[in-house]
Ligand binder design. Structure first.
Ligand SMILES: Cc1cc2nc3c(=O)[nH]c(=O)nc-3n(C[C@H](O)[C@H](O)[C@H](O)COP(=O)(O)O)c2cc1C
Length: 312
């Protein structure tokens, strides 16, 4: 199984859908550079999603995807727009997309749900998904409990569909490790935040460069919606409200609003600066093309080392 062939892309890399961030222009840039660019539909309306899809189509003829957040209020409408617009690939987040899978596949759309554990991966295989994106809790944004080191091989033992690894990947070495554990490709989020083309505020990018793994924390562990982000006043405030027992959907709205404040205004106090544990590996802001070329060069180099070890 070869992800490049399945998706019609140059590198076995999917750009993680990122709500409020990965718009049509950014997804097109990533696709043009050889990975699969993915529009993060987050809490968009149908009209907004259609507009971003059309922007993406106008900027690239290469395959691209849409990430559908299943908690979106307009989720049924968005699922339909994906069909109408013949989006080549769908990834889904925050739930079980079974009821949409058949309709998407009849329309020729490839479906890759994001799952936080092998149990949901098995359900997705039974529902007919083309593959699963297994996400370890090293990732930025909403996370599960399992690490990439455990979720990739444990899923590989249970399903026959292709596995894409996400969470904690930002180097060629990590791509190779994911492949050894049973993945045919990877999905990356945090590293793409550090690209020149990523449409986030410069303060967000500065913070990514300044922060290390020990500046990253997880909120939402009590209410069951754990989210990995950079520690700041917003995170402390969230934890306080969470301990007070504020409704989890209210807290979710608070987080999405705070993400907007981070992305659009770079508000260091009130913003939610989602990022994963690969943060410490980010040293500079580089063009998407350079990031991808560098990742694959490093991957080939690491693979070469293993071949040499086997030879001698
Ligand atoms: C800022 C940010 C926003 C994200 N938003 C979404 C989202 O809307 N939907 C989704 O399925 N995943 C979302 N993710 C997860 C990514 O798509 C991807 O799976 C994850 O970032 C991979 O792990 P990494 O951050 O270690 O590279 C988000 C991640 C980040 C960092």
């Amino acid at each position: 199984m070869n992800l490049e062939k399945i998706l019609g892309i140059k590198y076995p890399i999917i750009q993680g859908g990122m709500a409020h961030i990965a718009d049509g222009k950014f997804a097109a840039k990533v696709s043009e550079a050889g990975a699969l660019g993915v529009i993060g539909s987050g809490n968009m309306t149908g009209a907004q999603l259609r507009q971003e899809i059309n922007i993406c189509k106008s900027l690239t003829k290469k395959p691209f995807g849409v990430n559908l957040m299943l908690l979106n209020y307009y989720v049924d409408e968005l699922a339909e727009i994906i069909v109408e617009e013949r989006v080549p690939v769908v990834t889904t987040g925050a739930g079980n997309p079974s009821k949409y899978i058949e309709k998407w596949q009849v329309a020729g759309i490839k479906v890759f749900p994001v799952v936080p554990n092998p149990t949901l991966a098995v359900k997705m295989e039974r529902s007919g998904a083309d593959g699963v994106i297994v996400e370890g809790c090293e990732a930025g944004g909403h996370i599960g409990e399992m690490t990439s080191m455990t979720i990739i091989p444990q899923t590989a033992d249970r399903v026959n569909i292709p596995i894409i690894a996400a969470g904690g990947i930002a180097s060629g070495k990590q791509i190779l490790a994911a492949k050894i554990l049973g993945a045919i490709g990877v999905q990356i989020g945090t590293l793409f935040l550090s690209s020149v083309e990523c449409p986030i505020h410069q303060e967000y990018k500065n913070l990514l460069l300044k922060s290390k793994y020990n500046n990253v924390t997880v909120i939402g562990r009590i209410n069951g919606l754990p989210l990995r982000l950079i520690k700041n006043n917003m995170a402390v405030n969230y934890l306080r409200l969470e301990k007070q027992g504020l409704d989890k959907m209210e807290l979710e709205k608070y987080t999405l609003g705070a993400l907007k404040a981070a992305v659009e205004s770079g508000d260091l106090e009130k913003g939610s600066f989602m990022a994963g544990l690969t943060l410490s590996q980010i040293e500079e802001i580089r063009p998407v093309e350079e990031i991808l070329e560098n990742l694959m060069e490093e991957y080939q180099e690491e693979l070469g080392k293993i071949y040499n070890e086997i030879k001698y």
